[in-house]
Design a protein around this ligand. Structure first.
Ligand code: UD1
Ligand code: MG
Length: 248
């Protein structure tokens, strides 16, 4: 019955790594960052996995260990929504689709399973993974009403002062009803502060259709932490090393 797919966004260069290599193929304990994300998706039950690649895509395809993934090319980086649109041909049929980033090696199968279970229990059409953080600067903010119900996700650059006060951040990871994702992608516009196709706007599109869009908040942000520079790469390596020790 279950048909779970995953799309992993990995088209960016990763300028702050100050490296010749695309960010997602930097290694921790011999494995590419994106290989950890693929493992987590598979562990959560994803059968078909599609990587959206762009910058030095031939290097990315050569470095990745997993052979059983598909690739689509995003030649111009027009935003996270555009990146998912590039994988449109992969988004066929019914079932559910996870959207993940290639630069978050700390995401686990266990956390993605909790996201999937919450999404199903609530009967949601889309659920974004979120987390409470001390410093939300730069991240998309999750906005809720006074009863804690999800309203929307707003990018830092588009947020007003009240919205910027939210410490609940959008992780960039989601689970969608595949059919509704397909339809929502067609309605995205670039009418925002960055002139990009924002994937978070699909939350509002789906909610405005009368379907359920929601956020599943993690109490600990470790699993959603991305790697943007060499220091963060070293920190992620330390956490992965500690996790391996506790589980062996
Ligand atoms: C994104 C989210 C933000 C969230 C944050 C978490 C949007 C609009 N914003 O912001 O709400 O808090 O992630 O880290 O989605 N990518 C592509 N192609 C593109 C654009 C991005 O492949 O055209 C990939 C990048 O390589 C990167 C990831 O998607 O791995 C995120 O892109 P980025 O531009 O860094 O998004 P943020 O601005 O950080
Ligand atoms: Mg980012």
């Amino acid at each position: 019955m279950e048909q779970l797919k995953a799309i992993i966004l990995a088209a960016g260069k990763g300028t702050r790594m100050k490296s010749e290599l695309p960010k997602v193929v930097h290694r921790i304990d011999g494995q590419c960052l994106v290989d950890y994300v693929i493992d987590a998706a598979k562990g959560a039950g994803a059968k078909d996995i599609c990587l959206v690649v762009g910058y030095k895509h031939e290097v990315v395809e050569a470095e990745i260990s997993h052979q059983d993934v598909q690739y689509v090319l995003q030649t111009e980086q027009l935003g996270t929504g555009h990146a998912v649109k590039c994988a449109g041909d992969f988004l066929t049929g019914e079932g559910e689709t996870l959207i993940l980033f290639g630069d978050t090696p700390l995401i686990t199968a266990g956390t993605l399973k909790r996201l999937k279970e919450y999404h199903r229990e609530k009967g949601n059409t889309v659920t974004v993974l979120s987390a409470m953080v001390d410093d939300p600067t730069g991240y998309g903010r999750i906005i809720r009403d006074e009863n804690g119900n999800f309203i929307k996700s707003v990018e830092h650059k588009d947020a007003n002062e009240a919205e910027l006060a939210s410490h609940e951040i959008n992780s960039g990871m989601y689970i969608f009803d595949t059919k509704e994702l397909r339809q929502a992608l067609d309605l995205l516009t670039t009418d925002n502060a960055q002139g990009e196709y924002y994937l978070p706007d699909t939350l509002t599109i789906i909610k405005n259709k009368g379907l359920k869009a929601d956020a599943f908040a993690l109490e600990n942000a470790e699993d959603i932490t991305g790697v943007n520079d060499q220091q963060q790469l070293a920190e992620a390596a330390k956490i992965i090393d500690e996790r391996k020790k506790t589980h062996s």
